[in-house]
Design a protein around this ligand. Structure first.
Ligand code: ANZ
Length: 847
């Protein structure tokens, strides 16, 4: 009998997915009396098919959404596609396709894959950023921001990716290379459109304080990115054969002025125009343009300089005159594009001084070294000022900077100044597959906005993508436009796709609103997003841009009341897998590898040995990817969801293992077997006495799972589910009361349903429990408080104390250990030799 009753996930998952779709089960129901819960996962780029990172991200969000719905919230859980961007254009180029066709095909594949995961998504709200009915609103926002003075055009040095032939934002340059192409980034001057994000620097920084449901690390990253510096601006008098009297610098260390030994200006500093015909200078500038414009790439590049005939006078010691250099490490768009060089206390200046034989003077010493002198490297640390007349003896930098500014202000040489690193957001991309910028130029080159009633500016179809540069620029037909009877040319840049994702969460609130990007009533109800879930790789760009976009909409607009888009943020960890290489150092995919005895071999040629590398986040380049589609087909969506949530806390990396996947599959099967037994026991109408043990267990379970859901301890929930299975399995052998069993089992099923929606819905429906279910409440009398303190030792030393319920099993306590921040540093990347566990008292982990 049990054998016939194998759980056929294919049939049952399919049945439920069809049922949900037909009944529009997840269509957002708006009853404004009820509280709302807006749950959003970062929307995917439709690259072709979903990957394990998506599975993890959406499984986490789905568990939360289903839980909140059972708790009685109006849940908004939408999905869309971040569908503009380079890969579509590149793929279309290679295969002679239309980017739109390529994108739409991918969307349809990925949508069907997501549906197979059994996600509780309201597909009626689906959006795609490459659709005209999305980007036309974006164009209107662009014009509104332009009217508010938050968008402007200027000539600027940009990071130029010579392979993708496009401009990159600073954030898209990693180690001096393009984030997609990997090509070394160059500097180039172009006319660009900018969003004035720096206007909100202070507000964006201050706003972080209110985001109490954001991970601290993300806030710190944003803080550093915005980079507020306290210092002063300084005017240096200049002597020499050019009509230059003064150079202004920004410095955070005016207290080191007595160590001033050269003045460095950016190769793009206005003074450079005096040298534009000097062949040596031209050569030098060429050399400089080989490094990108980001601070990172400048910091890494070798320091080079070009000496001018100018001398700068030290304002504190007028007799001292130092040379002025152009230097590649000085950025034009930070401060004033000029730095006073103090080699003793700044490493870049030190490197530069060594190279050009410049004076190195020590003006700060460490507290505990009387006769200190800078020799082999700069000393940027805290200390005491020396060799600096009236500053001597002051604590550097705290006292000395304030004092130096005071004196400079008194003598009218400088003024206190706060500087931000955050630069305006260059949004122009010289690409076809993006949102057209709704701007044109008349024959004099004057900017003309496209009249609002002529929006959207649609992308032309059937365009030649295989030309050099921007295809739109080559489409004469499309470029010509008539505005107010005047012949004009369209702007051919398109918008950075980060613009598309800076407001999509607003669109989901009223995705079909034709008049405007959102309906104010709707966003007033739904916004802000209660829980946003996604990868930490978006900690800076996407999240900062979205925060800016909200501020820009709210700017001079009292009707728009939001500044922060995401009230809660959760960043999930990566999905990792071992890496494999063959004898020729080529990456191998897990399918190409087999284990025989203790060694791994290449499957097709089983004498060829395989080297197993560390587990790393799944990536196509290392070929350590597992295709979710295969896994879902083999094991079912529930088992995949169960596995991906099981092993580690969701914020940490999870190791993919075939074995783990298999055991999750077995759990699903086992539970189905148990379900049949419970069903029989209930039908048999046992009438033993009140089942206090079961009621206690159930109530405590509800309380634990609720707690674990609220804390994103999803891995602990999986452990709770195993524990429940074991408990019930044994409990069925005791004297039963069918009514109590039925009542408790129903509650258990409901609290399991967010994780295993197909299986549990099948169980609920078999028991006729499937009407109007809601999250069960606990009864106090069954919840005796039974917490104890567990001492956690590492190699015998006490490292943490965990307060948790009594009688915790070793595995469950260990799950809590993995989440304990105090223990993080001991347990990271180590192997555990042994665990000693003393019930209700202690766990000693030997590493
Ligand atoms: C002299 C000095 C002496 C500096 C010293 C530092 C240490 P943060 O803190 O990041 O704001 N700087 C100013 N403008 C620059 C530019 N356009 N390109 C490159 N560097 C620039 O950094 C401020 C410091 O960065 C400033 O303080 C200046 O060097 C440099 F012992 O002035 B400092």
């Amino acid at each position: 009998m049990e054998n016939n009753n194998r759980y056929n996930f294919k049939v049952i998952e399919n049945k439920w997915q069809k049922f949900w779709e037909k009944n529009k089960s997840f269509k957002t129901k708006i009853n404004k009396e009820k509280e709302k819960f807006y749950c959003l996962e970062m929307f995917p780029y439709p690259s072709g098919k979903i990957h394990m990172g998506h599975v993890r991200n959406y499984a986490i969000g789905d568990v939360l959404s289903r839980y909140k719905a059972l708790q009685g919230y109006n849940v908004l859980h939408p999905m869309g596609w971040d569908s503009f961007g380079l890969p579509a254009e590149n793929a279309a180029k290679q295969n002679n396709l239309d980017p739109k066709d390529w994108t739409e095909k991918n969307i349809s594949v990925m949508k069907s894959q997501l549906k197979k995961l059994g996600l509780s998504i309201d597909w009626d709200r689906e959006i795609s950023t490459c659709n005209e009915d999305y980007y036309k609103h974006q164009q209107l926002f662009f014009l509104e921001l332009y009217e508010k003075g938050l968008v402007y055009r200027k000539e600027n040095f940009v990071n130029w990716d010579p392979v993708d032939e496009t401009v990159l934002a600073n954030e898209q340059v990693i180690d001096g290379k393009g984030w997609r192409s990997g090509a070394v980034v160059q500097r180039k001057k172009l006319n660009q459109w900018f969003f004035n994000i720096s206007k909100f620097s202070d507000d964006l920084l201050e706003g972080l304080n209110e985001l109490t449901n954001w991970p601290n690390k993300v806030k710190v990253m944003q803080q550093n990115w915005i980079g507020k510096s306290f210092g002063c601006e300084l005017n240096f008098k200049i002597e020499g054969d050019l009509p230059v009297d003064e150079i202004k610098c920004f410095t955070t260390r005016p207290d080191t002025l007595f160590g001033f030994s050269f003045l460095a200006i950016s190769p793009d500093h206005p003074i450079s125009k005096h040298y534009e015909n000097d062949p040596d200078f031209i050569k030098f500038k060429d050399e400089c343009s080989k490094t990108g414009t980001t601070e990172e790439s400048l910091a890494m590049a070798e320091k080079i300089g070009f000496k001018t005939n100018l001398k700068a006078i030290n304002p504190f010691e007028e007799s001292e005159k130092v040379p002025v250099y152009f230097a590649n490490f000085v950025l034009m768009d930070y401060g004033f594009g000029a730095v006073f060089g103090c080699p003793g206390h700044d490493q870049r200046d030190f490197d530069f001084a060594k190279k050009y034989n410049l004076n190195i003077k020590t003006v700060v010493r460490p507290k505990d070294q009387e006769n200190f002198e800078v020799k082999t490297e700069a000393f940027p640390g805290e200390g005491i000022i020396i060799n600096s007349e009236f500053l001597n003896g002051l604590k550097a930098p705290d006292q000395s900077v304030v004092k130096a500014i005071e004196i400079l202000e008194e003598r009218k040489i400088g003024t206190e100044k706060i500087n931000f690193r955050l630069k305006d957001w260059g949004v122009s991309r010289q690409r076809y597959w993006g949102c057209p910028i709704p701007i044109a130029y008349d024959e004099k080159g004057e900017i003309k906005t496209i009249p609002k009633d002529q929006l959207p500016v649609k992308l032309p179809k059937n365009i030649n993508l295989n030309c050099k540069g921007n295809p739109l620029d080559n489409d004469e037909n499309w470029k010509n436009v008539n505005i107010d009877g005047k012949k004009c040319y369209r702007e051919t840049d398109t918008l950075d796709t980060f613009v598309d994702s800076s407001w999509y969460f607003l669109r989901f609130c009223s995705p079909k609103n034709d008049k405007y990007g959102f309906d104010l009533d709707e966003i007033n109800y739904w916004m802000p997003v209660d829980q946003y879930i996604g990868g930490v790789e978006h900690a800076i760009l996407h999240l900062l841009y979205s925060r800016f976009f909200m501020r820009s909409l709210a700017y001079n607009n009292d009707a728009f009341k939001f500044k922060e888009p995401f009230e809660g943020l959760f960043t999930q960890g990566m999905v990792c897998h071992e890496t494999y290489k063959d004898e020729n150092n080529n990456w191998l995919s897990p399918e190409e590898v087999e284990l025989s005895g203790k060694h791994y071999y290449v499957k097709t040629n089983s004498s060829s040995k395989v080297t197993v590398g560390p587990s790393e986040s799944m990536s196509k380049s290392k070929r350590n990817v597992i295709d979710p589609e295969n896994i879902i087909n083999n094991y079912g969506a529930d088992a995949v969801r169960f596995f991906i949530l099981s092993d580690s806390p969701p914020e940490k990396d999870v190791q993919w293992s075939e074995q783990g996947m298999l055991s999750s599959y077995k759990f699903v099967q086992k539970f189905w077997g148990l379900h049949q037994k419970i069903k029989n026991k209930i039908e048999e109408k046992h009438n033993g006495k009140e089942d206090i043990v079961l009621k206690k267990f159930t109530n405590q379970l509800i309380s634990k799972i609720t707690h674990n859901l609220n804390n994103f301890s999803y891995n602990v929930i999986i452990a709770n589910m195993h524990e429940t299975y074991n408990f019930l399995h044994k409990h069925l052998e005791t004297e039963l009361n069918s009514d109590d069993l039925s009542e408790c089992y129903k509650k258990i099923l409901i609290i399991f349903s967010p994780v295993l929606p197909h299986l549990i819905n099948e169980c609920l429906s078999e028991m006729n429990y499937d009407k109007n279910n809601s999250w069960p409440k606990t009864e106090k009398k069954y919840l005796e408080k039974t917490n104890v303190d567990y001492v956690i030792q590492i190699n015998g030393k006490k490292r943490s104390l965990i307060n948790a319920e009594k009688d915790l099993k070793q595995e469950l306590l260990f799950e809590l250990v993995k989440k304990d921040k105090l223990l993080d540093k001991y347990l990271k990347d180590i192997s555990i030799k042994k665990i000693i566990f003393v019930k209700n008292r202690l766990m000693n982990i030997l590493i």
